[in-house]
Structures are given as structure tokens and as C-alpha cells.
Design a protein around this ligand. Structure first.
Ligand code: PRP
Ligand code: URA
Length: 206
């Protein structure tokens, strides 16, 4: 399952972040801003439990997020979305998964992980700006499921039909929120039109 967030504020910022002339400072700011909007959408279906609070006047019924939230950026580019998501859910824990696409095969290679113990039974929000072939995201979801994650949601800035199909086939229980499902992958497995290499553009390594 996936949802493209068509809100005009998201689409406005998406056009700016795609622009090849947007430098890394502005690119980072836009990644943070877009992530906040996407995260707001993604959390609308999160499980809550009923609570009662005492106002100065009376008791009021309310809701509280039911499970521990664990945000999981996929290194390296996922770090560019961390500030935005923690701006909305500052009490979330953070677990890191390191993956890179092997130059020839484009298959994900795992090189690091450090998760909080609350991943077991928790709600994990995987963040990565690019869901291209879907390999890195699907491998991260496999790993989180092995660690006992109860619910997993993916937030990416841009994706494409190939990546969506892979994740939806392998993990039909995981919902993907994105600002855009783009047209296709090119020969190098880059998203077209996409926004280029997100890690390089975020961190100025181009
Ligand atoms: C990019 C991106 C994703 C992955 C997407 O990372 O940030 O993690 O590629 O591709 P996929 O869907 O085909 O797996 P990259 O491997 O370039 O590493 P980096 O973040 O360290 O630059
Ligand atoms: N990784 C990126 O950074 N961009 C793409 O288009 C595909 C993978």
C-alpha cells in the first residue's frame, strides 16, 4: 500500500528540491520541511490508546500514541530526514541501519546497524529520501521484522513504480508515504525525473 501526498505545500517544496541548481544547504532545509509534512500524514493511522486527563475544570478524554516509536534512517541519506521527523515526534527513539547499493549489481549491502531494544514490539518509521529499486528499503524491513518490530511504515521523498512493486510484494503489510511516485528507473537505477543522488546532494559530496 502506498500514498502520494499531494498537498500543495509538499508539491511546491518537491519542485524546489528537484531543481539541479538547489545547493546542499537549501536541499537539507527542504528535505527537513518535506519530511515534516510526510510524517504528519504517515502518523494519521498510528495506533493510539485512550487516556483521561484532568483539566483545570474537569476530566477530559484524550488519546496517547500506543507504542514506542522508533525512527530508522537508512544511512546515509536517511539522516537528511531525521531532523524533520524528530521535529514532529521528539520523543521517538532512533535506530540506524547502514546500507549502500553495490556499484555493479545495485543490490543493497548492509554495513551497520544499531537499534534500540524498544524496536521489539515497537512502531518503526523507516526514512530514506529515495526508494528506487526498493532493495535497500525491503532489506531494512526484513531486518526490522527479525528484530520484532510490530508495525513498520516507510517515508520517502521520491519513489517509482519498480520500487513500490518490490516493497509491496515482499511486505504487503507495510505502508509507504511519499511526495511522488516518479516515472521510471534509468539504466543506472536512478529515479527519473527524481532528484539525483540524494546522499551527495544532502552532504555536498558530489
Ligand atoms: C541511496 C538511497 C537509498 C538507496 C535507494 O543510497 O539513499 O538508500 O540508494 O536505492 P534502492 O531502492 O535501489 O536500494 P546509496 O546507496 O546511494 O547510499 P548513500 O545514502 O550512502 O549515498
Ligand atoms: N539513490 C539516489 O540517491 N537516487 C536515485 O535516484 C536512486 C538511488
Amino acid at each position: 500500500m502506498h500514498e502520494e501526498v499531494k498537498h500543495p505545500c509538499v508539491q511546491h517544496k518537491l519542485a524546489l528540491i528537484r531543481n539541479k541548481d538547489t545547493g546542499y544547504k537549501k536541499f537539507r532545509e527542504l528535505a527537513t520541511e518535506i519530511t515534516m509534512f510526510l510524517c504528519y500524514e504517515a502518523l494519521k493511522e498510528i495506533e493510539v490508546k485512550e487516556v483521561t486527563v484532568q483539566t483545570p475544570l474537569a476530566e477530559a478524554a484524550g488519546h496517547k500514541i500506543a507504542n514506542e516509536l522508533v525512527v530508522v534512517p537508512i544511512l546515509r541519506a536517511g539522516v537528511g530526514m531525521l531532523e524533520g521527523i524528530l521535529g514532529l515526534v521528539p520523543t521517538a527513539r532512533v535506530g540506524f541501519v547502514g546500507m549502500y547499493r553495490e556499484a555493479g549489481t545495485k543490490k543493497p549491502v548492509s554495513y551497520y546497524h544499531k537499534l534500540p531494544k524498544e524496536t521489539d514490539g515497537g512502531t518503526c518509521i523507516v526514512i530514506d529520501p529515495m526508494l528506487a529499486t526498493g532493495g535497500s528499503t525491503a532489506a531494512t524491513i526484513d531486518f526490522l521484522k527479525e528484530q520484532g518490530a510490530a508495525t513498520i511504515v516507510v517515508i520517502c521523498i521520491v519513489t517509482c513504480p519498480e520500487g513500490i512493486a518490490l516493497v509491496e510484494t515482499e511486505h504487503p503489510d507495510v505502508k509507504i508515504y511519499t511526495a511522488s511516485v516518479d516515472d521510471h528507473l534509468d539504466d543506472r537505477k536512478y529515479i527519473v525525473p527524481g532528484l539525483g543522488d540524494a546522499g551527495d546532494r544532502l552532504f555536498g559530496t558530489r
